[in-house]
Write a protein that binds this ligand. Structure first.
Ligand code: NI
Length: 178
């Protein structure tokens, strides 16, 4: 496995619409290696999610570490995800992004979503997610459409450097990026 270079805000790949992956190509060793490398890269940089355009690959794939309910988490790959909000509750909370280092801002997101996607075996997958996991999935799916979290903010007033975030805003002590 390899640690990949992460694209930063300003690189055009982050603003392009990524292309779907053919179901028959998912078992291709190149796609499998990309998934493994993205998982390793996400862990290396303390991320909770990483989308393919963030490693300069314009395909509809992301990896994410999702809460499983019992205070643990599971890292999965989602391919060609489609999101549907469940209900209409919107929650505003902090986000960061490995492509926008050392910055945090408050972003409104649907509190609960349903996701349809393919897994890394090419099998259809449907899951529901709430709260933080739902936020991560929405953030990563945005990357596949060339959308960054700045674009979703209601106001830029909450934009904060990481040092100031830790000093004035954090309660959980977390400093994870998406
Ligand atoms: Ni991001």
């Amino acid at each position: 496995m390899s640690i990949l270079k992460v694209s930063r805000m300003g690189h055009p790949v982050l603003r392009e619409k990524a292309k779907p992956i053919d179901r028959g190509d998912i078992k291709n060793p190149l796609v499998q290696k990309l998934i493994d490398d993205m998982m390793e890269t996400m862990v290396e940089y303390h991320g909770v999610g990483l989308a393919a355009p963030q490693v300069h690959e314009g395909v509809r794939l992301f990896v994410a570490s999702l809460e499983t309910g019992d205070d643990s988490s599971e890292t999965i790959a989602l391919i060609n995800p489609e999101i549907t909000p469940v209900g209409n509750e919107i929650v505003e909370d902090w986000e960061g992004c490995l492509s926008i280092p050392d910055i945090r801002g408050q972003v409104p997101r649907a509190n609960e979503i349903r996701v349809r996607a393919l897994d890394r075996k090419g099998e259809r997958l449907e899951l529901r997610a709430k709260g933080f996991s739902a936020r991560v999935i929405q953030h990563e799916t945005d990357h596949l459409d060339g959308v960054l979290f700045f674009d979703r903010m209601r106001t830029l007033e909450t934009l904060t450097y990481l040092d100031e975030y830790s000093r004035y805003w954090t309660k959980r002590g977390d400093d994870e990026d998406e």
